[in-house]
Ligand binder design. Structure first.
Ligand SMILES: [Ca+2]
Length: 506
């Protein structure tokens, strides 16, 4: 079945809308019934969710709500983020651009560089185009969008972009505590509290149920609005600590958590960009246990992550159910996105902060009114920077000339449409990667400053167990030439390989 793109936001309707803007106010009001309201957008951000969804083929996952949503949406099985850490990935999302300075690969990229952006960022762009823009929960690096003490007050992280940016009042009180919270308002004690928690209590024992409550309440208010709205709702799980009500753990039998292939779990034997998993190992207390050497603990950690994913799935489902009631015709554009993936023992890494496949690949699903072939997966390589131009396109807005991404309308119209470009990723120390359908090149510098390459051939090695750089110099030349089309970021020393107590945060 082919559905005309006119079912999205038709150019003719857009023209009549634009003309109405040129009319005097009274005349405009008189003709307003003919002026279409632009589509609303519900943007759901999930934190640290890798492609472990049933709808993405993860047999062990228990994610019924997102799977049901996927059946109504375009599923992008090969979506790649630009930077594998929370704040920097969200910087790329909101700018719609690859990192172009060193600050853009750190978590402070929005706060320290937004003054040069103007309104060329996703929420400001929608605001300027007549939308009300809302950010609830974790949308930028600081949940609630404040950068002061405990992220409670102080300067806005992204001024002039949001009609409102906030977190609900909860037992965790401060934004920094809600980000890493345990059950019933307990805050993390860095380096001491555990990475896992199963609490025999209701969903509201953890923050995401509060986010869902607040989202549902505000969706009701927004649905009565005469202005179009862009509502970004940011959930916290399955980010560390892997914590959820016990009933979500009960969905996952630890005996059925499969072990990784030994070659996939091995620390790279070649000169590599491996790191020491400091966020996992140093920010939490493990009571002497190590998932690299203790198979029972490996299963516990992987099970807890799956449980946290099931918990956030249930909370997202509540928001999607409310939207279904409020907008039964499905006129709202809905995006589900995660800011990056996570390695759960692959390459001997427990975390993100690297340029391997599972760190950069994360869920992206888009539902638009009139979507052709809902539930069909697009395997095209797409990137987080594509979301801004896609939403502008679907809503009939022009897009800033500065955007690096491409609208995904071709893949929404026809899921078999191939990728428009490779996927690029960036990390500290000047590390860069490029992913094509067959290859991934990670370009870095060795300790002595010489170039260091990791090349993976997914056609023959989907688990990234062999670095074949020395066998394919011509492939490296070609991929480096493509990488060179983007500016190289100045090397910025990462703490990831050091024993410092300074640990990359989310
Ligand atoms: Ca994250």
């Amino acid at each position: 079945m082919t559905v005309s793109r006119s079912l999205y936001f038709s150019p003719s309707l857009l023209l009549s809308f634009s003309l109405s803007l040129l009319l005097p106010l009274s005349a405009s009001a008189a003709t307003s019934p003919a002026a279409p309201k632009r589509p609303n957008v519900l943007f759901i951000a999930v934190d640290d969710l890798r492609n472990d969804l049933g709808a993405l083929g993860a047999a062990h996952a228990r994610t019924p709500q997102l799977d049901a949503f996927a059946a109504t949406a375009r599923i992008f099985s090969h979506h790649y983020v630009q930077v594998p850490t929370c704040g920097a990935s969200r910087t790329a999302l909101l700018r719609g651009r690859y990192p172009s300075e060193a600050a853009h690969v750190g978590n402070g990229g929005i706060a320290t560089t937004h003054s040069t952006w103007g309104d060329a960022n996703l929420p400001a762009w929608f605001l300027r185009n007549g939308y009300r823009t809302y950010a609830l929960g974790k949308i930028t690096h600081h949940p609630g969008g404040r950068t002061g003490q405990l992220w409670h007050d102080g300067p806005e992280e992204l001024p002039g972009a949001w009609t409102r940016s906030w977190i609900p009042q909860t037992p965790w009180n401060e934004a920094e505590n809600i980000m890493h919270g345990y059950a019933n308002g307990v805050a993390r004690t860095p380096g001491k509290t555990p990475p896992l928690e199963a609490h025999a209590g209701p969903d509201s024992a953890y923050p995401d149920a509060w986010i869902a409550d607040e989202a549902v309440k505000n969706l009701r208010d927004l649905s009565a609005s005469s202005e179009p709205w862009f509502f970004a709702v940011g959930f916290f799980k399955p980010h560390l600590p892997f914590a959820a009500p016990k009933r979500y753990f009960d969905l996952h039998d630890p005996e059925k958590i499969s072990a990784l292939e030994p070659a996939a779990a091995a620390k790279p034997a070649w000169p590599s960009t491996w790191h020491a998993s400091n966020e996992f190992r140093k920010n939490y207390g493990h009571a002497g246990r190590d998932p690299d050497t203790d198979p029972a603990y490996t299963r516990e950690v992987r099970r807890a992550y799956a449980a946290a994913a099931s918990y956030v799935d249930a909370q997202i489902g509540r928001v999607l159910d409310a939207l279904k009631t409020l907008d039964p015709a499905g006129n709202t554009i809905v995006v589900v996105w995660s800011d990056h993936g996570l390695l759960l023992g692959e390459h001997g890494i427990w975390g993100k902060h690297c340029l391997y496949e599972h760190s950069l690949r994360s869920p992206l699903m888009i539902r638009a009114p009139g979507l052709a072939q809902p539930g069909v997966t697009s395997a095209a390589l797409v990137e987080t920077i594509d979301i801004f131009p896609t939403l502008a396109d679907l809503c009939g807005l022009s897009a800033p000339a500065t955007l690096d991404g491409r609208s995904l309308r071709p893949q929404l119209d026809r899921p078999a449409t191939p990728a428009a470009k490779p996927a690029r990723g960036f990390w500290t120390d000047g590390q860069r990667t490029i992913r094509t359908e067959r290859w991934r090149l990670i370009a870095a510098r060795a300790a002595d400053g010489s170039p260091q390459f990791e090349l993976f051939d997914y056609a023959n090695d989907p688990l990234e167990t062999r670095n074949v750089a020395s066998a394919h110099p011509e492939v490296i030349r070609d991929l480096l030439a493509q990488l060179a089309q983007r500016p190289e970021l100045p090397a910025q020393k990462s703490s990831a390989k050091k024993k410092s107590s300074t640990v990359p945060q989310p």
